[in-house]
Design a binder for this molecule. Structure first.
Ligand code: ADP
Ligand code: MG
Length: 238
């Protein structure tokens, strides 16, 4: 399960409106990518879905349940950030198991979930290492692993690859696509990178100053951009 419904979502910071009434139905298992230039509201919208930012107006539903005012822990979602924010003094194993341990899960369950996540992410040989003894790509995998162990309804990614060099970005993009196939979970992914958007998305949401300029499959946006802004952003010839 992981259908997410946004209905008239707005965000005001004081007098300034940065999200201007977003309506969007995300299907269970869908890979949705938010794209748009810096400052258009991608992170704010994602953080509102995740519960890290209050929703000023509108309704958010997950699997039909109104979660508009629910705290992050009650939404069943998991966020992966660009700054990996791993605990430097903990092993990979403990980093990945930390949230389950904090929630009081028994050790046997934590071990099982961490082993499964490590298998999916090919981190099995690194479980006893500290983050500083890992490459950038491995660290990002650990950050994703911390999300996987919690069996979230949906994964929220905010530019997870932007700190990586170009070669690693391509590799991790491929890893994330595989992860989506393996887990069959809903993914909402923010990027300002058109290539990432075009290769990962089932549907792309192009944001322009807090409104949706267009929603569609990569092919639809490329072949039938709604306006010049979308055409320029997607790089299509319109
Ligand atoms: P993006 O992720 O697309 O680059 P953001 O969602 O970070 O954009 O920001 C959207 C707009 O909201 C920007 O104009 C930004 O300056 C503004 N903004 C973001 N967070 C805050 C905040 N806490 N207080 C005031 N304005 C904010
Ligand atoms: Mg952002």
């Amino acid at each position: 399960m992981g259908a997410i419904e946004l209905d008239g979502i707005e965000k005001w910071f004081g007098e300034v409106q940065v999200i201007k009434g977003i309506d969007l139905d995300i299907a269970d298992g869908e890979f949705i990518v938010f794209v748009g230039p810096s400052g258009c509201g991608k992170s704010t919208l994602l953080r509102m879905i995740g519960g890290l930012e209050e929703i000023s107006r509108g309704t958010l539903k997950i699997d039909g349940r109104d979660v508009t005012s629910h705290p992050p822990s009650k939404r069943g979602l998991s966020m992966v950030f660009q700054s990996y924010a791993l605990y430097p003094h903990m092993s990979v194993r403990d980093n990945m198991g930390f949230s389950l341990k904090s929630a009081g899960a028994p050790k046997s369950e934590i071990d099982e979930k961490v082993a499964e996540a490590a298998r999916v992410l090919k981190l099995g040989d690194f479980l006893d290492r500290r983050p500083k003894a890992l490459s950038g790509g491995q660290r990002q995998r650990v950050a994703i692993g911390r999300s996987i162990v919690r069996d979230p309804t949906a994964f929220l990614f905010d530019e997870p690859l932007s700190n990586l060099d170009a070669a690693l970005r391509v590799e991790m993009r491929y890893e994330i696509a595989k992860l989506h196939q393996t887990l069959d979970a809903t993914m909402i992914y923010v990027t300002h990178d058109q290539v990432e958007a075009m290769t990962l998305a089932d549907r792309i949401v192009v944001l322009e100053f807090g409104t949706i300029a267009q929603v569609g499959t990569p092919r639809e946006l490329y072949s039938r951009p709604a306006n010049l802004f979308v055409a320029q952003f997607i790089g299509s010839p319109a």
